[in-house]
Every structure is written in structure tokens, then in C-alpha cells.
Design a protein around this ligand. Sequence first.
Ligand code: KG4
Ligand code: ZN
Length: 358
Amino acid sequence: DTNFTILAIETSCDETAAAVIRGGRMIVSNVVASQIEEHRRYGGVVPEVASRQHILTIDAVVRDALHPLPGGWNDIHAVAATYGPGLAGALMTGLNVAKAIAWMRELPFIGVNHIEAHIYANWLLTDAQPDAPEPQFPVVALVVSGGHTLLALLEGHGRYRMLGQTRDDAAGEAFDKVARLLGLGFPGGPAIQTAAENAPGGVTLPRAWLRDSYDFSFSGLKTAVLHQIREYRAREAALQPGAGKRGASAATEPPPLPPAIVARLARAFQESVVDVLVTKTVEAARAFGAAEVVLAGGVAANLRLREELCRRSPVPVHIPPVALCTDNAAMIGAAAFYRLNAGKQDGWDLDVQPNLPL
Ligand code: KG4
Ligand code: ZN
């Protein structure tokens, strides 16, 4: 039913979001209240702060999302919310608000898997391509976010096969940690991308191929960046007058790295991550005869990743616009529509599942 209208809510991490989606693909409204400023001074997302912020914001965000509907609440046919994976306290707000609305208005309620929803961002229509066809199965999906990195084969709606996942850090987490090492601040992904633009080459960092596996590993790469920084600092220290003597300077904070060093390491890091992600995705697309490759998650905002995947993929690549790659509720509405279409619906007993797998 192309008129079927879902109110969707997302509060799994640090964005309070609500959206209204029609027919699973059309975005009627898509409201995202970012908490990034609340978390920036801590250098990362603080769960307690996130929970409190969701509670303070959710009401206004839901009202904003309903605003374009002429009939208001009467135009909503079902209510959906993320129930995992994510921060327990954060998830609870969105899930309980969604349940309360659905219960009050006697509407179907659908719990949505956040990772699945990231993939379904590829089903959403955009102003740029209002008539885009649906992605064609079998789909190979690369999900790369702050919390997840995985490669999945989708044989149909709700029919997934995990091909591989990260054994340590998620790709976005690696971007964030390396950005911190380089003194680039939070969130690290966009900062590294900017620093890497026009950076000179000349540094190559290792790639963790994990042969014969679609799994990923990024912690070694992070350590490699750290070693490069330490080597640079050691060289600098050796050049200082009085080098070798232990003086007061040893106790003070090291000066910020020169922008040229930061740029070079940011670029080498980004190239290493992108190379491994793209190589494995392309291999999977070939091995499983994918009709299409889709990209999802916050790291899908990365321009080098987009560029390389499109260049090297043997089949068409679909990538959501940046605003639909990072956390949002429109993707929750899309995933909910196809779940409901498959006859799936949830009860009031559905609880948050912080470690929910795909
Ligand atoms: O999907 P998302 O918004 O939240 C999670 O569910 O984790 O992803 C956030 C992650 C952060 O780690 C952020 O650094 C990363 O996506 N990110 C990027 C870029 N923009 C955001 N990573 C690389 N390049 C970017 N341009
Ligand atoms: Zn996410």
C-alpha cells in the first residue's frame, strides 16, 4: 500500500530522531536533533548524557515530524522504533514513546533493528531521484558505522546472511580513535576526511586482510598510527637541544602535531580503511552474484569510500545521501514498512536489546 504511513522513532545513540514515511519509501518528514554539542567536550558519546537528552527532546522532535500531516495523528497507520542494538538507556526512551503512542491510538507497533534500518536507508526515495527503482536482490550490503562494521548478503526482505564483521573496532570507531590520536577532535570521521584532502602521500599503513574471511580488523591500524606518531616525536626530541637529558619538559604535554604530519597520517589511515572495506565488498559481490551493492551507516558519508566503491564494484552501487547515512528515523520507517509487509509486528512486551545482532 503506497499510502500506508508510519511514524518512526530512533534514539539508539546520540541523535533523537522521528520521521514519517509513506509507502516504505517516501519521506514525508525526517527530523533529527543531534546531541553532538552535548558530547563534544567529553570527546565521545556519554550514555548518561544521551539518555537525559533524549528525554528532553523526544516530544518536540515527534511533534515536528507530524507537522506536515494535514490530519495530524489521524494520518498515522503504524508506529515503529529502534529496539537495538544501541545504548540501553537511550533506546528505552524512543521505544517507550513509540509503544505509548501506538497503544493510545490502537495502532500496530513495530520494533526495528538499527543495523537493518541502516541498510534500508537505500530504499528511501530522495528529491534527487524521486523515481529510483528499489535495490535488486541479491544485495550485498556494507554497513559501516560508529558501532558496527559488517558485510551481509540480503536474498530478500528479511532474509539476511552475515558474511563477516569486525573482530575489534568498528570502522567509525577507528576513525574516531585515530582522530583523537591526531588531535583532530570528535567526531573523527569528517575531521579525518577533511585533513586528508590534498594531503601529500608517501606514507602507507598496513591493511589487515584476514585472508579467506569477510571479517575486518582495524585495531592494528590504529596502533600503526600510534607508532608513527611516537616515531615522529622521538625524532623531534632527538633534535632538541639537551636531548637525552631528562628535564622538566618531559612532564609537559607534547605540542600538537604539525598539520602536514596530521594530514599525511589521516590520508594513509583513510586509504587503508577504504581499501580493505572496498576490496572485501567487491569480492563478496562477485562470490555471491550480487545484483547490487548497497552502502550504509555513518562512515558511508566518507567521500573516498563512496568514490572507490563505485569505481571498483562489478555491479551497480547504491549509496544513500549523507543525511540518510548517519543515524535518522526515516530509515527506521523504511525497515518497519517491509517488516510489517512481511506480516511481522511486535507486542508491548518487546524490550530494548542493546546487543541485538543483524
Ligand atoms: O551511523 P552513525 O551515525 O552512528 C552509529 O550508529 O554508530 O555513524 C557515526 C560514525 C562516527 O564514527 C563518525 O566518525 C563516522 O560515522 N563518520 C565518518 C564520516 N562521517 C561520519 N567516517 C568517515 N568519514 C566521514 N565523512
Ligand atoms: Zn547508526
